[in-house]
Design a protein around this ligand. Structure first.
Ligand SMILES: CSCC[C@H](NC(C)=O)C(=O)O
Ligand SMILES: [Zn+2]
Ligand SMILES: [Zn+2]
Length: 408
């Protein structure tokens, strides 16, 4: 449904949703052009930073006291792919139904927040109000492929980032299915472990000892026993002390590879015992777990069978943002939310966002997408966001961001 009296902010949001920044070939030139045009139209000072290889659009509203620590509003412009056949509409048409639900890849993750931050910047500039602290906006690429290479992981080590002198970063959170809003103060470390076993070969009709698959299986079983413990602690915890997914270590066997192929048509030599077998795990470790100890645990699991492993994703440290009264940003954020009647639930993000690179520099970061009463549909088919929730989100950010930037 295309309502001719549509709110202008909703129209801009829908335009942005139509830009094909989906992997594996995100059109960053198109999203950059869009953002630059908006910055010009809204009189927001901007630059396109290209030294990391892929454009990062930066906007800046200078504060009255530019030497104070600044506030960064960070959002990623890329989105995960969408399987068109599994959607009820074209995932890049930003179709709106009669209830105002807008369907598109990125409505929740996180083109909504991109455009909400932009609108907040526009309103601040337009109002002529001067904030105490400088406000930065960064629109970054490649978060959906881990921020690695040309995204945030690289940007945080640039001179440009250092010059921005950031004191607090706001980044994405998750939708909340209830009336409450969720704010994330840390996330689980994403460790992707690839294990390789090598063993004896021979004829498939014999009882060969010490095969690669047998060694790998024993290790896998130990790791899956640990998975079960964690699963039970989550479910037990949900009754006893309210444990959430972000509070336990999850471990999933996501890759398995063995067998000697005889051709390219999925036929194998069933009577040949292979000398090599491999397994890959997606492990997510809460920030409360000692990562050195957990690394030793992986070494132990694999060493017992003489297996080797390497990481496809590894982060050696995983800082949290402390939510105590010493954290003045948190006090300020909480106070604003209270005034807005925004009831906050604090959590550890179960997956990984660009915030991990920020927190690991010792900079506090809150993951917050102002979306409530909405199912969590990030990366899912038929991802949607209601236009009223989207517009309410702008008001919520307007009630939070200027206060953070005016903090003493
Ligand atoms: C190793 S980084 C991968 C990043 C991705 N982020 C999300 C939000 O899905 C993930 O957690 O799998
Ligand atoms: Zn995201
Ligand atoms: Zn995502």
């Amino acid at each position: 449904m295309n309502n001719i009296q549509e709110n202008e902010n909703v129209t801009v949001f829908r335009e942005f949703l139509k830009i094909r920044t989906d992997h594996p070939t995100p059109d960053y030139e198109c999203s950059t052009k869009f953002l630059v045009e908006k910055a010009k139209e809204y009189n927001i000072p901007y630059e396109v930073y290209r030294e990391t290889g892929t454009p990062i659009v930066l906007m800046k509203i200078e504060g009255l006291e530019p030497n104070l620590k600044t506030v960064l509003l960070n959002s990623h412009v890329d989105v995960v792919p969408a399987v068109h056949d599994s959607w009820k509409v074209d995932p890049f048409s930003a179709w709106k139904d009669e209830n105002g639900d807008i369907y598109a890849r990125g409505t929740q993750d996180m083109k909504c927040v991109c455009m909400q931050f932009l609108e907040v910047a526009r309103r601040i500039v337009k109002s002529g109000q001067k904030l105490k602290r400088t406000l930065h906006l960064s629109f970054v690429p490649d978060e959906e492929i881990g921020g690695i290479g040309k995204g945030m992981e690289k940007f945080v080590y640039t001179e440009k980032f250092r010059e921005m002198n950031i004191g607090l970063c706001l980044d994405e959170g998750l939708a909340s299915p209830t009336n409450d809003f969720t704010v994330f103060y840390g996330e689980r470390a994403p460790w992707w472990v690839h294990i390789t076993a090598v063993g004896n070969a021979g004829h498939g009709s014999r009882f060969i000892e010490g095969t690669a698959i047998e060694k790998l299986m024993r290790t896998i079983n130990k790791m899956l026993a640990f998975r079960q413990e964690q699963f039970e602690s989550l479910h037990h915890g949900q009754h006893e002390c309210g444990k959430k997914l972000g509070d336990v270590t999850s471990l999933n066997l996501t890759v398995l590879k063995a067998g000697i192929p005889v051709d390219n048509s999925n036929n194998f030599s069933y009577n040949v015992i292979p000398t090599q077998a491999e397994a890959g795990f997606d492990i997510r470790i809460p920030p409360t777990v000692n990562l050195d100890e957990f690394l030793n645990q992986i070494k132990e699991w694999t060493a017992e069978e003489g297996l080797s492993f390497k990481f496809a994703s590894y982060i050696p440290k995983n800082e949290m943002t402390k939510l105590d009264s010493d954290n003045k940003w948190w006090e300020n954020f909480k106070e604003s939310c209270k005034k807005l009647d925004v009831n906050l639930v604090t959590e550890i993000f179960p997956a990984a966002t660009d915030s991990r690179f920020i927190r690991n520099l010792g900079i506090p970061a809150f993951g917050f997408s102002p979306i409530n009463n909405t199912p969590i549909l990030l990366h899912d088919h038929n991802e949607f966001l209601n236009e009223k929730v989207y517009l309410k989100g702008i008001e919520i950010f307007m009630g939070i961001i200027p206060n953070l930037a005016n903090m003493e």
